[in-house]
Design a protein around this ligand. Structure first.
Ligand code: MGD
Ligand code: MGD
Ligand code: SF4
Ligand code: MO
Length: 738
């Protein structure tokens, strides 16, 4: 992580020479930028403040934004390279159409839009409105997320709209709603600093949220004890007081056993449990018999470590529990989240200074994007699409009769399955690369080939877009005004720094133009993006995610406003629940009974090894953006198979030997990387690559029954050494995509 400002020499030493870096003579060696714009990084949910340097309508560099309170100028390797996307030669500069047998060729906007609109009409007339689906993503701002939700329901008139947060935040969202009636981190991260104990469950924060570690280090400096639950000894786990190397897919058993210990030793806050919660007795009933011996057998963690974790957590006066996809990407993701929340509620350590709980939101706008209605079951303000009162309120805001708002539709993976079955015939996607990011990618590829029409809005031709009939050249983060909501729940401003290059258009203008062609001009006319935000404010008013009191001006003045913020004179809410009034029907926090059950797929004689997947620091999601930035590619050019030397020895596998990994979905070859930092029964593969390098050829389509998140973190695999070594990393053509 680079603490800026850095000297030009250090930049070059660290990242190598580049035309956009200052010359060794210093900043004077480069032209003065035309303007310096305070905005936020386009990547993860930390949404670090950054200043982008603009010259001749191009981003030419960046400077730290020291005053922004969360990251205070710090940025991670992706943040310092992000600006290089804007001038990238692969940038889509005009719409494309696919001609059978020829490939893609440029096409005029009018023709691209006409064809898209007429195909939507043709398919819907022939097969019904819901035969055309839409997929969206939460790298989009709040304004665009809101607009997509309204566009799909009002202009496309389809119920089948879902988003890539379905692969990310939905287990946490469902667990939070069950317990608190509201889905947001309960504190801002400054509360970490004086927590006595911090538990980090299933998150590799040093690589995935590098700037968050600053707050964890501060807590350590103040004497906090750190517990990390992860099958791998990740960089943060290496510095922990206690590492619990869990067998993948067994988290609810561990947290159940810790709760059992809290009860046995009476490390409970009875006053809080009695007055502020419900369901405690049932949650205790569910974990009867979860003693330390059972827990050791089930989780693969030594029982003394589990006991110690319970004691550290149980005896503390202040604490913070953080979790992310390690526990959520499971077919019992919601149960794992509930089991974690039970530990927080049992000790009453929430809604007080230095006492907190949060899921760490993954994508850039993973928080705001899950509130304003591009989920299949949701209307703006985190309203329920099946709730009559909610539907009526939104029907007034949108000026459409309530019965015309479609009902709940299919989730992301289910949409692809329905395409595969031939039930959905047309697709429009924006900001989503499902061919790389959904599990069971062989099924996804077959589905895409069955579509009668597919249009995609993106600024790069991602792997899914290669299956499109029309590609609409959209905009980068820095090319439109808007807002995003950070992992902490702070609504911040994204500023337009430049206009889209060539003939590319802003995402917003593409959606508005398409709505117009579908006969909905009146409901889709806005003077600017602020007007969309103002409509969103009204649409969210009275919902649990209430943004009504947030304005562009107020964000500007305060460097962000935390929702809920129900009125213009409200200051926003950095720490939730100080009043002990939860957003549930009875105003109490709800314990959930969580009995352990096994993952969707367990190992057997044929598939004896557990495969888990995730991330590395220099690559982002499906890699569309970061696989195009040279220095990030150099840092980690290809997916490696992390394997423990003892497991490797059983198969005679040496470092960089090619190993075929086989699951019930498919097979793929990866170079082995022997590491002592992983359990001996588990292998790990990062998933940022497409085609034959894709980990998602192997993963399973087991979904959580409530959140419908895929089980990316657990499946059963077998290993077949190929008998060849992979070429040295230096000889890899890292830019070859498949
Ligand atoms: N560099 C980088 N940063 C990112 C992203 C990125 O792609 N690259 N993506 C962003 C997004 S959208 C997200 S969602 C976040 C994800 O952030 P994280 O959740 O931190 O990332 P992952 O690598 O998916 O998984 C985290 C950890 O879960 C562990 N794990 C695997 N199985 C289990 C299990 O059964 N139980 C437990 N307890 N742990 C398990 C893995 O070993 C891994 O270390 O990162 C965000 N930040
Ligand atoms: N095996 C395995 N698979 C996983 C995971 C895992 O841990 N293991 N993690 C899952 C998780 S947590 C996530 S979040 C998903 C992410 O999966 P995806 O959402 O499919 O990944 P992205 O790379 O974000 O793809 C988004 C596309 O949006 C484009 N884009 C970005 N910003 C904008 C914008 O402002 N406008 C437009 N028009 N386009 C934009 C990018 O160019 C890219 O092509 O992957 C999931 N898949
Ligand atoms: S931590 Fe996240 S938001 Fe901050 S610079 Fe890195 S990728 Fe960007
Ligand atoms: Mo994510």
């Amino acid at each position: 992580m680079a603490k800026l400002p850095v000297s030009p020499e250090r930049l070059i030493e660290q990242f190598g020479p580049h035309k956009n870096y200052p010359s060794p003579e210093g900043y004077a060696g480069r032209d003065e930028p035309d303007k310096v714009v305070k905005t936020h990084c386009c990547f993860c949910g930390m949404q670090c403040g950054i200043q982008l340097l603009v010259k001749n309508n191009q981003i030419v560099g960046f400077e730290p934004w020291e005053e922004f309170p969360f990251n205070q100028g710090r940025l991670c390797p992706k943040g310092v390279q992000r600006y290089l996307q804007n001038n990238h030669p692969d940038r889509l500069l005009h719409p494309l159409e696919r001609v059978e047998g020829e490939g893609f060729r440029p096409v005029a906007w009018d023709k691209a839009m006409d064809r898209t609109a007429s195909e939507i009409r043709r398919i819907q007339q022939k097969y019904g409105p819901h035969s055309f689906a839409m997929l969206s993503g939460v790298s989009l701002t709040n304004e665009k997320s809101y607009l997509v939700g309204k566009f799909a329901r009002v202009a496309l008139k389809t119920k089948n709209l879902d988003y890539n947060g379905r692969l990310c935040m939905v287990s946490a969202g469902a667990g939070n709603k069950k317990a608190f009636g509201l889905d947001r981190a309960s504190n801002n991260f400054t509360d970490l600093v004086h927590a006595e104990v911090i538990i980090i469950c299933g998150t590799n924060v040093s690589e995935t949220f590098p700037t968050l570690t600053h707050w964890i280090w501060q807590a350590r400096d103040n004497g906090a004890k750190l517990i990390v639950v992860d099958p791998r000894l990740t960089p943060i786990a290496r510095t922990a007081d206690l590492h619990l190397p869990i067998r993948p897919g067994r988290d609810s058993a561990l947290y159940g056993a810790i709760l059992h210990q809290l009860v046995e030793n009476d490390w409970l806050d009875h006053e809080f449990i009695d007055n502020c919660t419900s369901g405690f007795d049932k949650s205790i009933e569910a974990i009867k018999g979860y003693d330390l011996d059972w827990a050791e057998r089930t989780t693969g963690i030594e029982k003394e470590k589990i006991r110690l974790a319970a004691e550290m957590w149980g005896k503390a006066k202040t604490s913070f529990l953080l979790h992310a996809r390690g526990i959520e990407h499971q077919s019992k993701g919601v149960e794992n989240v509930s089991a974690c929340i039970n530990l927080v509620l049992a000790t009453g350590r929430i809604g007080k200074p230095y006492c907190g709980y949060a899921t760490i939101t993954g994508q850039g706008n993973g928080q705001g994007g899950r509130e304003h209605g591009h989920k299949c079951d949701q209307l703006p303000g985190n309203r329920d699409i099946e709730n009559m009162e909610h539907r009526q309120y939104i029907s007034q805001v949108w000026d459409v009769p309530e019965p015309e708002i479609p009902r709940k539709g299919l989730t992301a993976y289910e949409i692809l399955e329905a395409i595969h079955r031939g039930e959905i015939k047309g697709l429009l996607s924006i900001c989503f690369n499902p061919l790389v990011s959904l599990p069971n990618s062989n099924m996804v590829r077959e589905a895409l080939e069955k579509l009668e029409f597919y249009a995609c809005i993106d600024f790069f031709l991602n792997e899914t877009a290669r299956h499109a009939d029309i590609v609409l050249a959209g905009s980068l983060h820095e090319e439109e005004d808007g807002t995003v909501t950070t992992a902490e729940g702070r609504v911040v401003r994204i500023r337009e720094c430049i206009t889209p290059p060539g003939e590319a258009k802003t995402d917003t203008s593409i959606l508005l133009e398409l709505a117009k062609r579908l006969g909905e001009e009146k409901r889709f006319t806005y003077p600017d993006n602020e007007a969309i935000f103002n409509e969103l404010r009204v649409a969210s008013k009275g919902g649990t995610a209430d943004y009504f009191g947030i304005t562009y001006e107020k964000i500007e003045k305060n460097m962000g406003v935390f929702w809920p913020c129900p009125s213009l004179d409200h200051p926003g809410t950095p720490r939730l629940w100080e009043d002990r009034q939860f957003k549930t029907d009875d105003k109490k926090a709800h314990f959930q009974p969580v009995a352990y059950r096994e993952p969707g797929e367990i190992t057997d004689a044929e598939y004896p090894i557990i495969l888990t997947t995730g991330r590395v620091v220099s690559q982002y999601l499906s890699g569309t953006q970061t696989r195009r930035i040279g220095k990030l590619v150099d840092q980690y050019p290809e997916p490696l198979l992390e394997i423990h030397p003892n497991l490797a020895a059983k198969y005679n596998i040496r470092d960089r030997d090619l190993v075929r990994v086989v699951t019930r979905r498919g097979a793929a070859e990866f170079p082995a990387q022997l590491v002592e930092t992983i359990r001996e029964d588990t292998i790990f593969i990062p998933y940022h690559w497409p085609g034959r390098k894709s980990a998602n050829q192997l993963t399973s389509g087991h979904l959580d029954p409530i959140s419908k998140i895929p089980e990316f973190k657990v499946c059963a695999a077998r290993l077949e050494p190929v008998g060849r070594q992979a070429p040295p990393a230096s000889q890899i053509d890292a830019y070859a995509s498949a």
